[in-house]
Design a protein around this ligand. Structure first.
Ligand code: ARG
Ligand code: ASP
Length: 721
């Protein structure tokens, strides 16, 4: 039978068994794969055992997958602690070593020996040593009849007791995280390495090829990778940077497959997904689509338009704002895709159908009758919280994210409020001044002024009027902007330092006469007094309700495939290499090739330029052992359920070999954080052969290839038959 028909039949069987939970996807806890996951993975073609993935007694794959600086994932790929992650995950380290003379962002960087590897202050990677379910310990003595406050304080106490008593080595750490909204608690024993050095990075024209235009988009052609190395002390234990440290000897590292992938191949992604919200009620999703996303998108839209125009006309501004622009544009674009996807897949209706079924089931059993009122309680609470959530989003987007003067003012407000003694004030002030130096290096007053005018206008017109700060009521935004930016001392580092000269009394007096600060303080205090308390009160109720709703789903659908929402802990997701159809008559193949890079090539363009050396290799078809039928693979997609934080995650074949490096998702499927639809949700990976080709042929860093273990699983299997 054709594979496609087989898949369809399988999906159909699942649909009949669990009509509501037919959705695939899922991010699973690596220590709990036995049973349902294991057989599902085998039916998708997995040949390794689940002990190969996670084993407490022997080394296993999890020993090669550290969290990279708390936000991304990475994997160990050699016995000398060589570490692979995305270019965008190592971006700020690459940038921090760059100067006009050594522009590693533009030209790339390759250490030719260990001596040339570059240390990075504050960069850490964290391994998971052990995973233990500690739900019973954490919920001990917590009663249903307790108030929400009592419950939380008992839980907090139990957590700190368990953390301090669970056995661990002196250099390790215990952490407990809540799963299923607090229906399960899991403890992680971790090990954090602090001496991580930069080994290699391709030029941005490979590592960030396609930039913002191609971000969140398939077909993709980006070599989004960089290489680091973990260093340890002489006993192979974590240690602060020292020139005497040596390359870490890992418990496990990934062999790398040269055999590539084909449509329908099993794939698994192992990493640290940050946050998902798969079990929200329909009312919450409606609010995201109708109110919250549009507001945030409109604010960023306005800010990005202004900034883009400056960046196009001024090279200095372009460099100053490149990284900030990329970061603001990343989620701006994601939210647009998310709203489109939620609408297109009728996510709200699907949720409503589920809710109907949920209530029906709850009514069938006297013990679950209490659950029948959950949804109407949600409806009430979401109605009540709506204006507070929206006001909160306007405030955070405008004052804490997009207008830089307000961001500085917010930090200054913290300084003012933190006053205890003269000495501590003066220490904090010094720290603040030092920390702002880097900020002002990348600050341009004219850009910020225009961003202020555009976003504050939106704030004053569109935010819920009943919670608008006085400063924004009936205001002429353009003259307000003019007066702030012509008078405030916060628009320039030197004048800010002057403003902060003197003792606390003098400083606070000057500060509270500054036009910019006065305005910001009005917004901040309005937020703290009129929005935040009610928001937090309602949100605590929503969280408590969500915990019950989660428990209710687990109770009422005992056989369903319910996975815990992402929470920055280590997870396994699996699927198949698979193309998709984004719209009528269009079908996307799952693999891209270097030919596509050349098709997109725009000489001199900041997003689509291609290095001459890569063009030469393409013309000569000099792909070495990395070609696939004469073509060089670049990126591929599969049905793995990933989210932010999975960047840099290893993509693994059926036998446990590395085949790729996760870095993004497709445009039509960016709603997967809220609603995973297997027909259009795909994760995007760099084909490992492209990574190896760039290291070997483009950068001539063969010594790095020699460290790795390259394997041919497919040909080994076929010859052994
Ligand atoms: N969209 C990907 C993720 O959320 C990649 C972001 C980095 N790339 C970029 N062009 N900004 O993080
Ligand atoms: N690009 C994301 C990351 O940096 C991954 C994703 O959201 O799919 O983690």
């Amino acid at each position: 039978m054709n594979q496609r028909i087989k898949n369809l039949l399988k999906a159909l069987v699942l649909c009949i068994a669990f009509p509501i939970y037919a959705q695939q996807g899922g991010m699973w806890i690596p220590s709990l794969l036995k049973g349902m996951n294991e057989s599902e993975m085998q039916s998708l073609g997995m040949k390794m055992s689940i002990q190969d993935i996670y084993d407490i007694n022997n080394s296993s794959m999890k020993d090669a997958v550290p969290h990279f600086n708390g936000g991304c994932t990475s994997e160990v790929i050699s016995p000398q602690g060589l570490l692979l992650t995305n270019h965008h995950c190592g971006y700020s380290q690459i940038q921090s070593h760059s100067s006009i003379e050594h522009d590693y962002l533009t030209d790339g960087f390759w250490a030719e020996s260990l001596n040339e590897e570059l240390p990075n202050e504050n960069l850490t990677v964290t391994f998971i040593v052990r995973i233990e379910d500690v739900t019973n310990q954490v919920l001990e003595g917590v009663l249903n009849t307790d108030s929400e406050g009592e419950k939380q304080s008992k839980i907090t106490k139990n957590i700190s007791k368990t953390v301090s008593s669970f056995p661990k080595e002196s250099w390790q750490e215990n952490k407990i995280k809540a799963f299923f909204e607090g229906n399960q608690y899991i403890l992680f024993v971790t090990e954090t390495f602090k001496d991580i050095r930069l080994v290699g990075a391709p030029p941005a024209s490979i590592g960030k090829f396609g930039s913002d235009t191609d971000n969140w988009v398939w077909p993709r052609h980006t070599g989004d990778f960089s290489l680091f190395r973990i260093y340890a002390d002489k006993n192979n234990k974590p240690a602060a940077y020292s020139k005497d440290n040596v390359p870490y000897k890992p418990k496990y590292f990934f062999p790398i497959s040269l055999d590539g992938i084909a449509e329908d191949d099993f794939t698994m992604v192992f990493g640290y997904p940050g946050q998902t919200q798969e079990y929200l009620p329909s009312y919450a999703v409606e609010q995201i689509i109708n109110d919250l996303n549009p507001a945030k998108i409109a604010i960023r839209d306005a800010a990005l338009k202004v900034t883009d125009e400056f960046m196009r006309n001024d090279q200095t501004i372009k460099i100053q704002y490149a990284s900030k622009y990329a970061s603001i544009a990343n989620y701006w674009k994601k939210w647009i895709g998310e709203s489109l996807g939620l609408t297109k897949t009728n996510a709200v209706q699907a949720k409503k159908d589920f809710e109907k079924d949920f209530i029906k089931r709850a009514k069938q059993n006297p013990q679950t009758l209490d659950y029948t009122t959950l949804l109407s309680e949600f409806e009430q609470l979401y109605k009540q919280i709506a204006p507070y959530s929206l006001s909160r989003d306007y405030f955070t987007e405008v004052a804490m994210r997009n207008v830089e003067l307000l961001v500085v003012a917010y930090r200054l407000y913290g300084l003012e409020r933190s006053y205890t003694t003269e000495q501590s004030f003066s220490d904090k002030k010094e720290n603040f001044i030092n920390a702002q130096e880097r900020f002002y290096k990348n600050y341009n007053k004219n850009v910020d002024e225009k961003v202020f005018e555009a976003t504050v206008s939106l704030y004053s017109q569109k935010a819920p009027q009943q919670f608008l700060p006085e400063e924004l009521k009936n205001v002429d935004v353009s003259s307000l902007t003019e007066s702030i930016y012509s008078q405030s001392k916060l628009t320039d580092y030197e004048s800010l330092k002057k403003l902060l000269e003197g003792n606390s009394k003098e400083v606070l007096k000057k500060l509270n006469r500054d036009k910019g600060y006065i305005f910001a303080k009005g917004l901040i205090e309005n937020y703290i007094q009129n929005i935040l308390p009610e928001y937090e009160k309602l949100n605590t109720q929503i969280e408590a309700l969500q915990r019950t709703y989660m428990k209710a789903q687990l109770d009422l659908y005992p056989d369903a495939r319910i996975f815990p929402d992402a929470n920055s802990t280590l997870r396994v997701t699996y699927g198949k290499v698979d193309g998709y159809s984004p719209k009528d008559a269009v079908y996307y193949e799952p693999l891209t090739y270097l030919d596509g890079v050349i098709e997109k090539y725009v000489p001199g363009d900041y997003e689509f330029d291609v290095p001459q050396k890569l063009i030469d290799l393409y013309n000569a078809k000099d792909y070495g052992q990395y070609a696939d039928n004469g073509k060089l693979p670049v990126n591929f997609i599969a049905t793995n359920h990933t989210t932010g934080g999975n960047s840099g995650s290893p993509a693994i074949d059926a036998y446990g070999n590395l085949i790729g490096l996760n870095f993004d998702r497709v445009w039509e499927g960016t709603m997967s954080d809220i609603y995973y639809d297997p027909s259009i949700c795909r994760n995007i990976m760099v084909d490992i052969r492209y990574v190896l080709f760039i290291i070997d042929k483009f950068a001539n860093a063969k010594h790095l290839i020699d460290e790795m273990k390259l394997v041919h699983p497919k040909s080994e299997i076929s010859t052994s038959k």
